[in-house]
Design a protein around this ligand. Structure first.
Ligand code: CA
Length: 227
């Protein structure tokens, strides 16, 4: 599943350059030309990472970063500052506002892509390619293969993503809204009931090896994967 990056940048040429390079590197991109536009967009869609320009017309990138960190829904969202400011105090302010990294203009697009991948590896393991194994259940993202106690298990693309997400975040309870945001990237235009349908299919796919018991329904809260 490609990671989605929201680029917030008021300079059209830089916005285009960054978006084209990220798309070429396999990312999906969203674009906003101001903090206000980004704020509206984030009300509907949660990207996997925000690339945030510091100097914006209206609200600054720093103010938006602080707002995102203060909101429970966006508190954990990976954030990289992209800015012409190279001064030490600004870097510190950016990192104190909760940025994961800081890239100074002019930048090499290769370095930008590498830094984004590095932050995502650390913060969003469900986008990684490393095989993961829990209680005899093994998921290999690169080969798109799942085995339960050595037996091949078949899943549709959504169940595969859902399983990958739950396996990279075990023992945590996720609400339907959170799963829509994290696995579908959208909690506004998809019904919560959709999650239940895919959880049911996921359990059916896991049943042949008995691993369906790993998926726990937490009444009134949502779902968790518990080894
Ligand atoms: Ca700017």
């Amino acid at each position: 599943m490609p990671a989605t990056v929201l680029i917030v940048e008021d300079e059209p040429a830089i916005l285009d350059l960054v978006a084209v390079n990220l798309e070429h590197a396999g990312f999906e991109t969203l674009r906003a030309k101001s903090a206000e536009e980004a704020g509206r967009l984030l009300g509907d869609i949660l990207p996997d990472l925000v690339l945030l320009d510091w100097m914006l017309p209206g609200q600054s990138g720093l103010a938006l970063a602080r707002r995102l960190r203060g909101d429970a829904r966006t508190r954990e969202m990976p954030l990289i500052f992209l800015t012409a400011r190279a001064d030490e105090p600004d870097k510190i302010a950016g990192l104190e506002a909760g940025a994961d990294d800081y890239i100074t203009k002019p930048f090499s697009t290769k370095e930008l892509v590498a830094r984004i991948r590095s932050v995502l590896r650390r913060r969003k393991p469900q986008h990684g390619d490393a095989p993961i194994e829990i209680a005899g259940l093994r998921l290999d993202p690169a080969a798109h293969r799942v085995t339960g106690s050595g037996q091949a298990l078949a899943f549709g693309p959504t169940e595969f993503r859902l399983l990958h997400y739950l396996m990279t975040h075990p023992n945590r309870v996720y609400s339907r809204t959170q799963l829509l945001d994290e696995v579908w990237g959208d909690h506004v235009f998809i019904e919560e009931r959709t999650v239940d349908v895919h959880i049911r299919r996921l359990r059916q796919g896991l049943a042949p090896s008995g691993h369906d018991v790993l998926i726990e329904t937490v009444r009134g809260s949502g779902y968790a994967l518990r080894p």
